[in-house]
Design a binder for this molecule. Structure first.
Ligand code: IPM
Ligand code: MN
Length: 362
């Protein structure tokens, strides 16, 4: 298969972890005989430094012309405490999601058995955790009208959703549940918010066309608690943009490190793959960031294009690294292994003969 991949390493540790994801995709290319063409472009703080724009036109154009986007991370502390700054790195990511129509953000949360002791939660609580968050990504309060009064003393952000925006992601979430354990939990705040009541009505109606999927409802405050108390109860969680943002960071704690969680953002004609973590500025350039979330995002990319075998080979190799203790210090403070050691190990074991079922055996 030939794929054009736009590579947007972004800020902070983004370039370091994205480089390891690329190395793994190149190992897949070689082992399975595909052709992946990578083209790099700036986004985020680095793009502001170079061009004044967090999403330069050329970067956006490249993404539109590509089959997929592989994204590193975004954000720079120099913008965080400056409310006067009109331009922010995050605007680049938000605009990219909107322009590419990436309305569905898929964030799997799974506990790797080899890492179960790394979690701050007790083993008995988190065993068998395996759920996926379907987070709406191009609507809600992130994109509603913003207001700041002239005197700067009053501000608002509008949370707005249309039936169409809810139903397109709801269908994807129901289909995912159908292929999994057939349970879908809608997370909202329908006891307070009108927009949440619209989510309930639309999702309940759509649920009638998926009779084999059990539909549950949870208020977001309760969901935040349940996710820590009893995470294995969840299968597919469907929720709006901001609740999904918050719950997915919470979910990442279950598995022991946010450095493990990948994501896919998909729309009608584009798809982007990125770790859920941020740019981790304190770690930049230190070769300590965990590349696994980025590498698993690459596996989701492969999966998205129907390359199941290839995706499975990447996941197997990740598991091998975890089992061998080939991990970065976030998972083992005593570890001397760097971002590139872990990435090279995983890339280097993708075509292992003991479990390789690629070209050679087909
Ligand atoms: C995420 C991030 C982004 C978000 C930020 C960087 C805009 O936190 O992908 O979860 O809030 O969506
Ligand atoms: Mn987030």
């Amino acid at each position: 298969m030939k794929l054009k991949i736009a590579l947007l390493p972004g800020d902070g540790i983004g370039p370091e972890v994205a480089a390891q994801a690329v190395a793994c995709l190149q190992a897949v290319e070689e082992a399975f005989g595909h052709q992946f063409e990578f083209t790099k472009a700036p986004v985020g703080a680095i793009a502001i430094d170079q061009t004044g724009n967090p999403l330069p036109d050329d970067t956006l154009e490249l993404c539109k012309q590509s089959d997929a986007v592989l994204f590193g991370a975004i954000g720079d502390p120099k913008y965080d405490n400056d409310p006067e700054s009109k331009v922010r790195p995050e605007q680049g990511l938000l605009r990219l999601r909107k322009e590419l129509g990436l309305f569905s953000n898929i964030r799997p949360v799974k506990v790797f058995p080899t890492l179960i002791d790394k979690s701050p939660l007790r083993k008995e609580r988190i065993e068998n955790t395996d759920f996926v968050i379907y987070r709406e990504l191009t609507g809600g309060i992130y994109f509603g009208e913003k207001f700041l009064s002239e005197d700067g003393n009053t501000a608002s952000d509008l949370c707005i959703y249309s039936e169409e925006e809810i139903s397109r992601i709801a269908h994807l979430a129901f289909k995912a549940a159908k292929g999994r354990r057939k349970k879908l939990t809608l997370v909202d705040k329908a006891n307070v918010l009108e927009s949440s009541r619209l989510w309930r009505r639309v999702v309940t109606r759509i649920g009638e066309s998926y009779p084999d999927v059990e539909l549950h409802y949870l208020f977001v405050d309760n969901a935040a608690m349940q996710m820590i108390l009893n995470p294995s109860q969840f299968d597919v969680i469907l929720t709006e943009n901001m609740f999904g943002d918050i719950l997915s960071d919470e979910g990442s704690v279950i598995g022991g490190s946010i450095g493990l969680l990948p994501s896919a953002s998909v729309g009608e004609s584009s798809a982007m793959f990125e770790p859920i973590h941020g740019s981790y500025p304190q770690a930049t350039g230190k070769n300590i960031a965990n590349p696994i979330a980025s590498i698993l995002s690459a596996a989701m990319l492969l999966d998205h294009f129907g390359l199941d075998e290839e995706a499975a080979a990447v996941v197997r190799s990740v598991n091998k690294a975890l089992k061998k203790g080939m991990v970065t210090p976030d998972l083992d403070p005593k570890s001397k292994h760097g971002t590139d050691d872990v990435g090279q190990f995983i890339a280097g074991h993708i075509s292992d003969s003991d479990d390789f079922k690629g070209l050679n055996q087909e």
